[in-house]
Design a protein around this ligand. Structure first.
Ligand code: SF4
Length: 324
């Protein structure tokens, strides 16, 4: 398991350590941040399918540094409900504005693509649709059910918005029984106003806690970005809050500034510090902690699920009969 780390090899906490960005060269990155250029047959296949089915991926929209690796392995994270978000977070590269009406045929196209790619695990996310009372939750429920029909045996991970804390919207998703319910807290409570002004820390925590109450068999997952001005100890406090709510899987990765218009990187955490989060997280009881400079919420999600399945942590859901 990648989560086994020797605690004696881990340096002690120092919130002022790390690699500081050079104010004269703000785009210069530390040597351990290496991005692989996309290429290869699998990459071309995923790229072609997304264009053909008129689908969006968070991999492209958010300029994810792992695109070369993930698409090269034939995996991608589907972004549903359009490419325009109703919120304007300071770290995110997805465009903000008034979105188009929901496309009710989109869940079927996503499910067809999951089948075409032969996926055994899929991650599906969406933009925020705050103009709707249900936040677009029915689209998540539809895509889960359609994938169950078209690609039985594929485990489904949904990375959902907070639906402004609406339990009714969350229940629509939970009733469709995803294997993994993911909602990223992203940052520490002190920085919410700066980093994601339309979000609330309490909504994030309530989403994860309520998901578990509604379906005790679901695995819950959350993610934190570091480097936005928080201290190491503040990250540990958020980890504690997540562990107290029974969250099973945690991801921690380095924030990278997508453009000059986005929030600046305050500090780069070292690989040793990311390893230390794994040790602390395992000690708190998380079933899995993925922590590293280029870790993103969906990074190697298929491999995590394979490992968690071996430990009998994944509860496979009943198949859905194909009706057409
Ligand atoms: S880490 Fe997630 S968002 Fe990034 S390329 Fe991989 S699947 Fe896409």
């Amino acid at each position: 398991m990648t989560n086994v780390i020797d605690p004696n090899a881990i340096p002690t906490t120092d919130s002022s350590a790390g690699w500081q960005p050079d104010p004269n060269h703000p785009r210069r990155r530390p040597p351990w941040i290496k991005v692989r250029a996309p290429h290869g047959e699998n990459y071309q296949r995923v790229y072609g399918l997304m264009r053909e089915q008129q689908l969006h991926t968070v991999c492209e929209e958010a300029q994810c540094p792992n695109l070369g690796e993930c698409w090269g392995r034939g995996t991608a994270t589907f972004l549903m409900m359009g490419d325009t978000c109703t919120r304007s977070c300071g770290f995110c590269d997805i465009k903000t504005g008034r979105p188009s009406p929901l496309d009710w045929a989109e869940p079927n196209r996503v499910a067809e693509s999951v089948r075409a790619l032969g996926l055994r695990h899929v991650v599906i996310t969406s933009v925020n649709r705050d103009e709707r009372k249900d936040g677009g939750a029915p689209i998540f429920a539809m895509v889960i059910r359609r994938i169950r029909q078209l690609q039985p045996g594929c485990s489904i991970e949904v990375l959902i918005p907070d639906f402004k804390g609406s339990e009714a919207a969350l229940k629509i998703v939970m009733d469709a029984q995803p294997e993994i319910l993911n909602h990223n807290v992203e940052t520490v409570p002190r920085l919410f106003r700066k980093v994601q002004p339309q979000d609330h820390y309490e909504w994030a925590m309530a989403t994860l806690e309520n998901a578990k109450k509604m379906d005790p068999l679901v695995l819950t997952k959350s993610g934190i970005m570091v480097g936005l001005g928080e201290t190491f100890d503040e990250v540990v406090e958020v980890m504690r809050d997540l562990a107290d709510r029974g969250v099973d899987i945690l991801t921690i990765g380095q924030y990278l500034q997508p453009s000059k218009q986005h929030l600046a990187v305050e500090r780069y955490y070292t690989p040793d510090e990311f390893d230390r989060f794994i040790v602390i997280g395992k000690d708190m009881g998380f079933k899995w902690v993925e922590s590293g400079p280029l870790v993103r919420s969906s990074y190697r999600a298929d491999q995590q699920v394979r490992e968690l399945s071996k430990l009998n942590f994944i509860h496979t859901r009943p198949a859905v009969e194909q009706t057409d």
